[in-house]
Design a protein around this ligand. Sequence first.
Ligand code: MLT
Length: 393
Amino acid sequence: MKVNANYAKLANSYLFADISRRVADFQKANPAADIIRMGIGDVTLPLCPSVIGALRQAVDEMSVKETFRGYGPEQGYSFLREAIQGYYQERGVALELDEIFVGDGGKSDISNILDLFALDNTVAVPDPVYPVYADTNVMAGRKIIYMNADETNGFLPMPGPDMKADIFYLCSPNNPTGAAYDREQLKVWVDFAASQKALILYDAAYEIFIDRPEIPRSIFEIPGARDTAIEFCSFSKTAGFTGVRCGYTIVPKNLVYDELSLNKMWSRRQTTKFNGVSYISQKAAAAVFTPAGMLQIKETIAYYKENALVIARALDELGIVFFGGYCSPYIWLKCPRGMESWDFFDFLLRGAHIVGTPGGGFGVNGKYFFRLSAFNTRENTAAAMERLKKLLA
Ligand code: MLT
């Protein structure tokens, strides 16, 4: 028996697992500490009433013989796929129903899609990067190149003549930096990928935070993207489903390489390796797209965005440079006093009992940066900012 030796190339533990262990150790040593968590982007507000109603109804259906459901379609129930199709249609994006695949969240689909690609592809990920894009390719043994995202390009890398890769990961609004591509920038990316016959894996997990017309919420709003991109989205941040689990992936039928259709391959992959998302979760997800559901989730998103403003105002007051926040739940700040990000993590945890995410955990370019999430409650966010001001006074 031989193990997958690529695992030895990974950091010892997944970034958020590492942070969670450090915080648990600190809490154990300081049981009275009232820790405010602004690290992992986990939501804090409950599911909206429309979703709760749909969940209850789905549970009732499962409790009687006539409406009970067993295995569902691996690609997702048509009621949810139709609702997703309608959501895109509102933005002028026409999708065929069988281009939409329901999954159990962005992280799984983004990782599992790699089954479709040869190991000798080179992948390009931004630095800093959501660790899943890089780690999953390290596990598979693919060559990774890093696209420089820093203050000089507003943390939005653009393609260049020297950028040679087969698969490009883009995330907009970005995790971890909160930066978002506008229409022109994304068009450059789409045209570049088409000219290179490369594929874009586009993570739109934070699209619901966008409220500016110049910033697209889907890459498919850009002409030509159907020929060169796969899009991933999730209900985790959109509707607070981090504990419910549901997401979706759009694989256009135009994507054909070596006479093989990625859409057909993904369908084949999913039918073989996946038995679909639970009926209950899919009913809950469909409720998000009802008029009432949309209004309710937008209220929740507005609340988190106001939290981001609370953070932004405090950082402005402290004269700390930051990025993101305007159409994202993440604020990406430059560590004060020239501190390195893991030192700032300890400083903040010990001195103010606040947990954030060290930029260094996302890549070399994050060494002097730090991510704060706006997903906590208003009270905790405001309290954390008061603590921060006191700590840095
Ligand atoms: C994050 O904090 O980066 C996200 O919550 C992680 C995720 O969505 O998997």
